[in-house]
Write a protein that binds this ligand. Sequence first.
Ligand code: ZN
Ligand code: ZN
Length: 268
Amino acid sequence: MTSPASLPLAGLYDSHMHTPLCQHAVGHPREYAQAALDAGLSGITFTDHIPMPAWYDAPWRMRRDQLAEYVDMVQEAQAEFAGRLHIGLGLEADFHPGTERSVEEVLAAHPWDYVIGSVHYLGAWGFDNPEFADEYGRRDLGSLYRHYYALVEGAARSGLFDAVGHLDLPKKFGHRDPDGAAALKVLDTVAALGLSLDYNTAGERKPVAEAYPSPTLLTAAAERGIPLVLGSDAHQPAEVGYAFEAAAERVRAAGGQLVNYAGRVRRG
Ligand SMILES: [Zn+2]
Ligand SMILES: [Zn+2]
């Protein structure tokens, strides 16, 4: 018999996953929770896409009037799995200049356990949407990444978030950062402000076939003492804990510290 403590994922949390309310994920939270139990994880945190003003990215997230349903759904799963699996309730919030007030309102509406701050848009371009990936061909990658990391820097400095989401996301379809300096500057800021970094295995399921952030940036984060939060970015139950054994090993090998926000209550 294998005792639960000897399972490779025991003690690990998956702190980045979605629900069908965002309109591009499938599976009830209880199915994500069951998948986590089956995988041998110790906990999960739901971080569905935050509701935003109606003019921003509406087809890819819940509406503001669905927020209570989101909280209810996750709380039902919490009750159902009590004593078996820790389930946190958080959000993946967007950082998009001009929408901070709306984000603040949603963050104040509930004592979220954990909030990720992510940049998914450069101006009006949703750069991680496969439908719009041809736009990369029109851009200078150097200036694209400088623009992107300036926004991520703004996200870190906004004081709204616990962690920065999928740090080097523009590499998703294989367009890698030709420079790297701007990313390191963001890591300096993240470290100085005491934020964490989403160590996100979704990139391994994408054309780039590599977690966010890259091994180089993971090492740079670890060197700066930045805590890392494992996340699968699951949009279906089968993705919970995706490739976590190797991910946790990479974090440890880089000298990084894995953390989760279980039991934590955000203030303000
Ligand atoms: Zn999503
Ligand atoms: Zn995201």
